[in-house]
Design a protein around this ligand. Structure first.
Ligand code: SAM
Length: 288
C-alpha cells in the first residue's frame, strides 16, 4: 500500500470502526470534531441532482459509498441529519440490546428520509458496521469486503456495483487505494452505459499523495481532478505528534499549511471524476 508512511503519522481508530452499533464511532468522532461528511454533503447533493437532471426518471440515482461505515454517507446525504444530530441520537439511545437499538434507529431514520428515490450501496471492511447499515435501511446492500487485503467481489456484489451511477466517499482514501478502486471502477455503472455517469465525488486528505488514485481513475477511462475549492476540514488533530508528523509530510511534498493544518485540523481536497464527455458539465454543476 502506497500510504504506509502517512498512515503511521495518522491516528488509528480501528477499535471503533467495527462495533455492532455506531455509539463508540460517533462518540470518538464527535470528540475529534470530525465533520468531513457534513462539509461534503452539499457536493454530493449537487451530484445527485445532476444525475437526476441528466438521466430523467429512468436513471434513478444509485450511490456506491466507499467506506460507508455504519451507513454514514446515506444518513447525511439521503436523510435530514448531520454528525451532531446522529451523535445526539446515539448518545441518548440507550437500548439494552442491539436488536432494540436497530429498531429505534430504523424508526428515527425513516422519519428523516429526504430522498426516497435514491438508493445507496455501502462498501466497507467493517462487517458489523455494514450489517448495522443494512439492518436500519441506510444501505440497500452492504459489501463487507477488504479488497486491500485480497478479498474479491461476489457475483451479486459485482452486479450491485454495476447498478451504481454515483461513487461517493469521505475519510477513506488512504485506507483504500488502487487495490480497492480498480475492481470497483471496472464494474461501476456498467449496467446503464447509456446514462450520464458514473459520477464521482470523493475527499482525499491532503497528507495523502493523490497521484496513485488519479492514475487508477484515468486507467479506467475517467477524467479525475481536484475540484477548485478551498480544502474541507476533516477533524482536529488527535495529538501534537499527529500534527507534527502530518506537517512534516506536507512540507516534504511542498504543500503550504498556513491557515490550514497549522491551525490544528486535518484538511481534505475534493476530487471529482466523470467520463471525459461529461466532466466539464458535471464539475460546473458541483460548484453552482
Ligand atoms: C474515518 S471512517 C469514515 C467513515 C465515513 N465514510 C465517514 O466519513 O463518516 C473510515 C472507514 O474506512 C473503513 N476502512 C478502513 N480500511 C478499509 C478497507 N481496506 N476497505 C474498506 N473500508 C475500509 C473503516 O472501516 C471505516 O469505516
Amino acid at each position: 500500500m502506497q500510504y504506509t508512511i502517512a498512515n503511521k503519522a495518522k491516528a488509528s481508530f480501528d477499535d471503533v470502526y467495527n462495533a455492532r452499533t455506531p455509539h463508540a464511532y460517533l462518540a470518538k468522532m464527535a470528540g475529534l470534531g470530525y465533520r468531513i461528511g457534513d462539509h461534503a454533503t452539499p457536493f454530493f447533493s449537487r451530484a445527485i441532482n445532476h444525475a437526476r437532471r441528466s438521466n430523467g426518471p429512468q436513471g434513478s440515482p444509485t450511490i456506491l459509498d466507499v467506506g460507508c461505515s455504519y451507513g454514514i454517507g446515506s444518513a447525511l446525504v439521503l436523510h435530514q441529519t448531520n454528525y451532531d444530530s446522529l451523535s445526539a441520537f446515539f448518545t441518548s439511545e440507550e437500548s439494552e440490546s442491539v436488536d432494540a437499538c436497530i429498531a429505534r434507529a430504523t424508526e428515527w431514520l425513516a422519519q428523516r428520509r429526504s430522498q426516497p428515490d435514491v438508493k445507496c450501496i455501502g462498501l466497507d471492511q467493517a462487517k458489523n458496521a455494514v450489517a448495522f447499515a443494512k439492518a436500519v435501511g441506510l444501505v440497500e446492500q452492504g459489501i463487507a469486503k477488504n479488497l486491500e487485503a485480497g478479498d474479491t467481489l461476489s457475483t451479486e456484489e459485482t452486479a450491485s456495483i454495476q447498478q451504481c451511477n454515483l461513487l461517493f466517499s469521505t475519510g477513506v482514501i488512504g485506507y483504500v487505494g488502487p487495490k480497492t478502486l480498480a475492481p470497483v471502477l471496472a464494474q461501476l455503472g456498467k449496467a446503464t452505459p447509456e446514462n450520464v455517469g458514473p459520477l464521482i465525488v470523493t475527499t482525499i486528505l491532503r497528507m495523502f499523495d493523490p497521484r496513485p488514485i488519479m492514475t487508477c481513475f484515468q486507467e479506467h477511462g475517467f477524467r479525475f481532478e481536484r475540484l477548485s475549492h478551498r480544502p474541507l476540514p476533516q477533524r482536529n488533530f488527535e495529538s501534537p505528534e499527529e500534527q507534527q508528523q502530518t506537517l512534516a509530510i506536507l512540507k516534504q511534498r511542498g504543500i503550504a499549511t498556513d491557515e490550514l493544518e497549522d491551525n490544528g485540523q486535518l484538511y481534505a481536497d475534493i476530487y471529482v471524476g466523470a467520463r471525459k464527455a461529461d466532466f466539464v458539465e458535471f464539475t460546473a454543476a458541483l460548484i453552482a
